[in-house]
Design a protein around this ligand. Sequence first.
Ligand code: NDP
Length: 220
Amino acid sequence: ALVTGASRGIGRAIALKLAAEGAAVVINYHGSMEKAKEVKAEIESDGGIAEIMQCNVADYQATEAMIRKVTDDFGRLDILVNNAGIAWFGLLTDMTDEDWSSLLQTNLSSVFYCCRAAIPHMVSVKCGRIINISSMWGTAGASCEAAYSATKSGIHGLTKALAKELAPSNIQVNAIACGVIDTEMNARLNEEERAALAEEIPSGRFSSPEEVAELVLLLC
Ligand code: NDP
């Protein structure tokens, strides 16, 4: 299993969960090498198999090289979890071209790059699972997160279409539209903002990365 952005937060929890269930896991990271090493060490101390791979998934050449290394090292790629993502908060009118392009590349193009490189390996064995980590804002839309919402809506369209395209090859493609999950992505929020946000979620609370990981496991 390859989990993108698995050094921290939701991706970390997914990597730990899949490894605990017996998958050999590749922990992709971008800048947090020490944290990625900690995830690998935690998996190995529980008897699991893990490898770390540095790659900016917004870069298609680096991403293709990473997937090639995964299949070279492990001989196959059964599960791809496209989790890596960044947030951008603010008025759309304050967003620069660079901000827009970085968000689109990191959150949406990365899913395309990973899928394009991974699918031939899955099709050749007629088996695979692709899980895209998305957000409720991709369906509901969030004020001051218009571009982020657009990237997640894009993931929803890509997921539904790809699910149809790959179903005949026994490859299931799903997205999880998370509510609000307690990770560093929400570290900027103060107590008042957290409470206001929780009210927008049907459960009335932030969820844990482990709850998302349970759902990923179910879908696998
Ligand atoms: P965190 O900020 O806690 O972690 C982000 C992870 O993504 C890190 O491992 C980071 O790696 C990695 N990452 C970021 N950019 C890149 C890149 N260019 N290439 C490779 N890896 C990258 O975020 P969360 O765990 O909260 O979010 C994970 C996913 O869940 C995202 O797609 C997010 O949009 C989605 N989500 C989160 C919600 C939330 O409330 N937290 C709600 C809904 C969806 P590194 O540290 O090594 O740079």
